[in-house]
Design a protein around this ligand. Structure first.
Ligand code: NIG
Ligand code: FE
Length: 412
């Protein structure tokens, strides 16, 4: 099957090479105006300016006139907790009444609340709820997504979550990567026996995860009251011994040294980064580790936004992701993530789009498949409604400007 999109007002993020973007390069967003795009068997096969179309050797099964539309690579959301049971809007209301995130967590709320709900749910219930959420974010333009475990906090619960992610990978045409986050918090029964839970991660969970190939990455929530630096290091290294590279929850609530540790461990990414000090910034700058910023989590928790400008100007490689989860970012809408990055973190529209596409692809190592309009990449695309310019996307935040989404060459 060969599809052609014609009369595209602007074909966005067209690249011949995969390069992780940092510094000034992040603001360079290559486009072809008045373009055509050819998709063959789910893969981007050709593109160019309309004037050259007459020379293409293709014969087309389907033709779509994209007059007035911008066509972009689908969003690459490299940090989510899409698999969860129930929701936590009652805690949301507690917070409106004045309780803090830490206070709610200390009362057995927060992650533990989600863990109780998750352990009570069947694998099928979890799968169905996650499937519905996945379809929702796909309609919002997400074409590649990383999904974490971390609401099981028991051998059975963590494996159940990871098996759900594996089923999502098998059933969906979306590009999915899986991360083991058993070290999300300590379950209540291990509060006085932290090493006992860590041993369970190391000796009861990891070997099965490796055996059944349930995860691509290992993650730890490194934070005061959660996992310490040395615990984070131990767990990441254990994961690495099974071939799982680290992606760490770092510097969300305080500057813990997790950024420097992540860089030392050559983590694929270190994520959150609300609380950065100069040393953390400099250590990220000198590395190939990607700093993944989660502005909707900062927004929802009323935390300071991540210092995107400082990071970009210093030369760090950054990506943007949604952190979709029931506690700190109950939205997986990458269009809002891009808008907030511009509005609240002063990223330029071009920077935000690059950070949410090609750099996001790098942050889950799918840059050969997704993140740009490049020959040979999977045809996961956003076709916008008629808009005057790219800056209009973050400018008119909250409007749904997506006309159509294509996943693996098929319209959603
Ligand atoms: O990425 N920070 C840790 N974990 C999640 C929130 C977890 C929750 O509250 O359920 C996050 O923000
Ligand atoms: Fe997270």
């Amino acid at each position: 099957m060969t599809t052609i999109l014609t009369n595209i007002t602007s074909l966005v993020n067209v690249r011949e090479e995969n390069v992780l973007l940092r510094g000034a390069a992040l603001s360079e967003l290559p486009v072809i105006n008045n373009a055509y795009l050819v998709i063959e068997d789910g893969v981007i096969a050709d593109y160019g300016v309309m004037d050259d179309l007459i020379h293409t050797p293709w014969s087309f099964t389907e033709s779509y006139d994209a007059s007035g539309s911008f066509v972009m690579p689908a969003w690459c959301d490299s940090h989510t907790h899409l698999v969860f049971a129930g929701s936590r809007e009652e805690e949301f209301v507690y917070k409106l009444q004045g309780m803090s995130y830490a206070e709610i967590a200390a009362k057995g709320g927060g992650i533990l609340n989600s863990a109780a709900k998750l352990n009570a749910a069947t694998e099928d219930e979890l799968f169905n709820a996650a499937w519905t959420r996945l379809q929702e974010v796909v309609k919002l333009g997400t074409g590649a997504i990383e999904i974490k475990s971390g609401y099981g906090l028991s051998v059975e619960g963590e494996l159940k979550m990871l098996r759900v992610i594996k089923r999502l990978k098998e059933k969906s045409d979306v590009i999915i990567r899986s991360t083991f986050l058993g070290a999300h918090t300590f379950p209540l029964e291990y509060k006085e026996n932290r090493q006992g839970y860590i041993d369970s991660i190391l000796y009861n969970m990891l070997p099965v995860i490796a055996q059944e190939e349930l995860a691509d990455y290992i993650d730890v929530f490194c934070e005061q009251g959660f996992f310490s630096l040395s615990e984070t290091e131990l767990i990441c290294k254990a994961g690495m011994s099974y071939g799982l590279k680290p992606k760490i929850h770092a510097n969300q609530l305080s500057a813990t040294g997790a950024v420097q540790l992540g860089v030392e461990l050559e983590a694929v990414s270190i994520d959150h980064l609300e609380m950065m000090d100069e040393d953390a910034i400099q250590s990220l700058v000198g590395s190939n580790t990607i700093g993944t910023l989660l502005p909707t989590a900062a927004f929802f928790l009323r935390m300071p936004f991540q210092p995107a400008r400082q990071l970009i100007d210093a030369g760090a490689a950054i990506a943007l992701a949604s952190d979709y989860n029931p506690g700190s970012s109950p939205s997986g809408n990458m269009n809002l993530v891009v808008a907030f990055s511009c509005i609240q973190m002063k990223m330029l529209p071009q920077e935000a789009i690059n950070a949410a596409t090609i750099n996001g692809a790098f942050a889950m190592e799918v840059q050969d498949l997704a993140g740009s309009i490049s020959k040979g990449k999977v045809a996961n695309l956003i076709v916008t409604k008629p808009i005057p310019s790219l800056a209009y996307l973050p400018y008119s935040f909250g409007s749904n400007l997506i006309d159509k989404v294509m996943i693996k060459g098929e319209w959603v």
